[in-house]
Design a protein around this ligand. Structure first.
Ligand code: BGC
Length: 765
């Protein structure tokens, strides 16, 4: 059927070209020529489509196997199959595996009138079967090459499983660790977030979408979902233009500029308008200002939720508002398929709106090569060979090691000695093979991570004793279930104390269960859940030589541990290779180099707490009275700032040089700095550059990250680093959303965290 359609289209395209009816200008580059060809093909196909078939392309159904949201009342399996056969479905999500994908694709291609292939979406968030660290952990590596590779491998595995579209990267900036979805993003900073967005888009999409191991990416959730009030999931968002343009939008813009094929809108409202209904975001900014040519998919039933928000009275109105606003595809909402045809027939929605959406969707399908071969992702040989390959597992280990952050190593308990040291491993997460896989691992099997216990056992010569201490959770948990925390059963604490008494060093693996972060996992406490703090303090009473390894999907407020425990390692949820990565870092075979992509607060009352805040009118205690911006019961400083992370060696920065102190706004400002490894180990440092624009027409943050570099330094070695600041780094968005650059004085800071104090200055004339 598809080849028949291709013939008809080819014929129509020739006629269009010969008669000069094509609206497209002749372009010089190959890329634009192929763009034009695709446009012609899409136009020709659309000329054959009925209104029902067009609206069908805007309909995305969940498959029959997994669910990742509330199951809607309508849309029985029978209805979905029926709609598939009529050509009323543009794509499906949560269908995976060559056999399953082939089954639905075959219906679309062979049983519908026009044989238009389906786009097959899936949440490939941090790996597919081979799991990489959760995205927030990967961000802690600041290693764009490794991050891109991680996405590349994920795409390769997903593509081999029949999938051609991922709902990633999630590029939401967030300053609120109470929000469970911070685990899916790149943290609090728009500069780092933009670089990572770009790396992930390239990783998923590769350099050629026609290949059978590249898939379309999706920048989500557009926009401002990470600013949900009080960190509460699905909550309202009220932010000003300055925050929207300078903090929220940059990673989305970076994704768009990197050629991301799709965007997903979100569950929140923005200043009173549900974003699925926001013309301002979707049409005015994304499609007009940024010239985005791909399509926008709604989030799971987010078009229906326009009604729950109280912005539309019924489905018909919701469908009208969302389509006019530029939401092109309805994910498992059943609203477009039920309402849009009538809305067009009644003249409420112009067919041009439908045409625009369908054109965008079909274009992506063409770009993916689905019209040339709709089964291109359905290759059982690839499925056998590419999923869970040895090479992917090795890369996942590399990524996991790079993601680990050393927060404290006061008495140099780390690295552990490989010989002659008695070590005990204690904690409910120490032998856990499930939790380290983190949230969003819908394609991997549960309980498949290497546990910390297994990882440490591979180091021979150590007498490794183990005690779980307590359970963290009661019963089983999963992506769709609440986590039930153990708060009463202390039975194992005594045994843990006995084990701890007789060893030189105790490694304690504590933190959050993997399903305590992710979607719908907002928390009001950021402590060690359940009885873990009690266990930690009980062990500390008998042995103070503790290395605390955190498992966490977000920053935690661990003030007691930070004051008392000599060594602390952030071990996140590191995916399939968790235990191997942690063991290699603990035993010193890998020198940690990760840096926090999000501030760790001292207490929850400080949230939102982030490094790039504004100064306020009373930022300092000048007169020694109470009238300044502070708390009376807590410091302003965080527990650990953005960008912070130690190494087993030490680095020193000096000689920051800016050749001139005056520049014009068109000049590039070159900054050089020397960095030396003054410790006892070879090591890697993430050198960071921050600026402060002292006076602006919109108040500027006290610091903004504007450059970073990963530097490998042998023990005793010194290197000179060069940073360049251009308009792009020195400008910002004013309150009209225009990017501007203003003359004035700037401070520059370089160092190993956002607290860096090596400083220089320059002036823009
Ligand atoms: C999430 C999206 C996800 C979608 C499909 C929604 O609940 O917000 O991020 O892509 O489900 O699984």
């Amino acid at each position: 059927m598809t080849s028949r359609i291709n013939h008809i289209i080819a014929f129509l395209s020739v006629i269009l070209t010969l008669t000069g009816n094509s609206n497209h200008k002749k372009q010089s580059t190959v890329v634009n020529q192929s763009n034009d060809i695709i446009d012609q093909k899409v136009d020709s196909l659309m000329a054959l489509m009925t209104l029902d078939e067009k609206v069908g392309q805007m309909n995305l159904y969940n498959g029959f196997w997994d669910v990742t949201g509330p199951v809607p009342k309508e849309g029985s399996e029978k209805t979905k199959y029926d709609h598939l056969r009529k050509g009323w479905v543009g794509g499906m999500l949560n269908v995976k595996g060559v056999k399953n994908v082939r089954e639905v694709q075959k219906i679309a291609v062979e049983e519908t009138r026009l044989g238009i292939p389906l786009i097959i979406g899936f949440d490939v968030i941090h790996g597919y079967k081979t799991l990489s660290p959760i995205p927030l952990a990967e961000a802690a590596s600041w290693d764009l090459v490794a991050i891109e590779k991680s996405a590349r491998n994920a795409a390769t595995e997903a593509a081999a499983s029949g999938i051609n579209w991922t709902f990633a990267p999630m590029v939401d900036i967030s300053r609120d660790p109470r929000w469970g979805r911070v685990m899916e993003g790149a943290g609090e900073d728009p500069y780092l977030g933009s670089k990572i967005a770009k790396a992930r888009v390239h990783g998923f999409q590769g350099d050629d979408l026609k290949k059978d191991n590249t898939i379309a990416a999706c920048a989500k959730h557009f926009a401002a979902y990470g600013f949900a009030e009080a960190g509460k999931e699905y909550n309202t968002v009220d932010i000003g233009t300055s925050t929207l343009f300078n903090m929220v939008l940059p990673p989305f813009k970076a994704a768009s500029e990197s050629g991301v094929k799709t965007f997903m809108n979100s569950f929140n409202d923005l200043n009173g308008i549900p974003v699925s209904a926001s013309k301002y975001l979707q049409r005015d900014i994304l499609k007009t200002k940024w010239d985005f040519e791909g399509f926008v998919v709604s989030d799971w039933a987010s078009i229906n939720e326009i009604i729950s928000w109280g912005y539309a009275k019924d489905k018909k109105e919701a469908a009208k508002i969302a389509s006019l606003a530029g939401s092109d595809m309805d994910m498992e909402g059943h609203v477009y398929i039920q309402e849009l045809v009538n809305l067009v027939k009644e003249g409420v929605v112009e067919e041009a709106i439908i045409n625009d959406a369908v054109k965008r969707i079909l274009k992506v399908k063409y770009e993916l090569g689905l019209f040339d071969d709709p089964y291109k992702y359905c290759n059982t040989k690839n499925e056998m060979e590419r999923i869970g390959s040895k090479a992917h597992l090795e890369d996942a280990l590399d990524m996991a090691k790079k993601s680990i952050v050393l927060l404290k190593n006061e008495t140099q308990l780390l690295p552990l000695k490989k010989e002659g040291q008695k070590i005990a491993l204690i904690g409910p997460l120490a032998a856990d093979k499930n939790s380290p896989l983190g949230s969003w691992r819908t394609a991997s099997e549960d309980h498949t991570a290497i546990s910390v216990l297994e990882g440490m056992q591979t180091y021979r010569g150590n007498a490794l004793e183990y005690s779980k201490g307590i359970d963290l959770i009661i019963g089983k948990t999963s992506f769709v279930k609440e986590v039930n925390i153990n708060t009463t059963n202390r039975d194992g604490i005594k045994e843990a104390i006995e084990v701890a008494k007789n060893v030189d060093v105790v490694v304690m693996v504590l933190g959050e269960h993997g399903f305590q972060s992710g979607e719908a996992r907002s928390r009001t406490q950021l402590d060690l859940p359940g009885l873990q703090q009690e266990l930690l303090e009980a062990v500390y009473k008998v042995n103070k030589n503790i290395v605390l390894v955190l498992n966490n999907g977000r920053p935690l407020a661990i003030e007691w541990a930070s004051e008392n425990i000599p060594s602390i390692v952030v071990g996140w949820q590191l995916g399939s290779q968790t235990g191997n990565a942690i063991a290699q870092v603990l035993y010193g075979d890998y020198n940690p180099s990760g840096k926090l992509p999000m501030t760790f607060p001292k207490s929850i009352g400080q949230i939102p707490i982030y490094y790039n805040h504004k100064n306020t009118g009373r930022a300092k205690n000048v007169e020694n009275n109470v009238f300044w911006s502070h708390y009376i019961d807590e410091e302003n400083a965080p527990l650990y700032p953005f960008g912070f992370g130690l190494s087993y060696t030490q680095f020193a920065y000096k000689n920051i040089i800016i050749k001139s102190s005056n520049f014009s706004i068109n000049d590039a400002v070159n900054i050089s700095v020397e960095i030396s490894n003054i410790g006892d180990y070879d090591g890697k440092e993430v050198a960071q550059l921050y600026i402060r624009d002292l006076v602006g027409c919109v108040i500027r943050p006290i610091r903004e990250l504007k450059g970073f570099e990963l530097v490998l330094l042998k023990k005793g070695e010194t290197k000179t680093l060069e940073f360049v600041l251009t308009k792009k780094e020195l400008g910002f968005y004013n309150n009209n959303g225009d990017f501007i650059i203003e003359p004035g004085d700037f401070e520059v800071y370089v160092g190993g965290s956002s607290d860096a104090n090596l400083k220089s200055e320059f002036t823009l004339k």
